[in-house]
Write a protein that binds this ligand. Structure first.
Ligand SMILES: [Zn+2]
Length: 215
């Protein structure tokens, strides 16, 4: 069941206060419309009634997709997840994937990845490899990269886009190469789902930093 609450919110632009309705939980199967607005980001978009500025507001949200079997916990920080962790054991037994997402951007991308039935560990590895290749081939400086995004998997090939302000470059990476690399170093890529792990760019970078002794 999807659940909302009313909160007082102070407009970051004009400083005046108003009430907004935020979602505490969304069930994609029961509320397919809410699933759509999670994916588009509209669920988080609010407009100040005083100065009429539009902006995104992120509140902790638990998103459950029983069809594709995953639960995402959108939260910028850990804490207050005791109830969630109690539910982790039974959910894992039913084959659910459990993740925390630190940002709305991570959250929307994760929905897409899991609906596609793709491993998010493979996605982060592909994004990391694409970024390194982009830099190594001197296509640009690390500082120029504005985002590295998962696009899709087609015929066993994952497509990643590396974007800078003025261009985007696609990288095509075979899934079997990614799976082989993960299998070959299964200890390195091991995660503890009971903890609702963050599987994002910070996570993959920390793995490679640790192994090169820079942690
Ligand atoms: Zn305002």
């Amino acid at each position: 069941m999807s659940r909302t609450k009313e909160v007082k919110y102070t407009c970051p632009y004009c400083g005046r206060e108003f009430d907004i309705t935020v979602y505490e939980s969304v069930n994609s199967e029961q509320d397919p419309d809410l699933r759509d607005s999670c994916l588009s980001g509209d669920l988080f978009r609010h407009s100040c009634p005083h100065c009429h500025t539009d902006f995104m507001v992120q509140y902790p949200l638990v998103y459950a997709d029983p069809q594709h079997k995953f639960v995402l916990w959108l939260s910028a920080s850990t804490g207050e997840e005791a109830a969630l962790k109690t539910a982790a054991g039974p959910l894992l037994k039913q084959g659910y994937k459990l993740r925390r997402c630190a940002t709305i951007k991570e959250f929307t991308e994760k929905i897409q990845i899991f609906e596609d039935g793709v491993s998010d560990i493979a996605v982060e590895l592909a994004k990391y490899d694409s970024f390194i290749e982009f830099i190594d081939n001197r296509r640009g400086n690390p500082a120029d990269v504005t985002s590295v995004e998962y696009q899709r998997v087609n015929d066993g090939v994952m497509k990643i886009n590396v974007r800078t302000d003025d261009k985007g470059l696609s990288f095509l990476i075979p899934m079997d190469l990614l799976e082989e690399e993960i299998r070959a170093e299964s200890d390195r890529f091991a995660i503890n789902e009971e903890e609702f792990p963050l599987i994002n760019s910070d996570w993959i970078i920390s793995l490679f930093m640790e192994s090169s002794g820079q942690a």
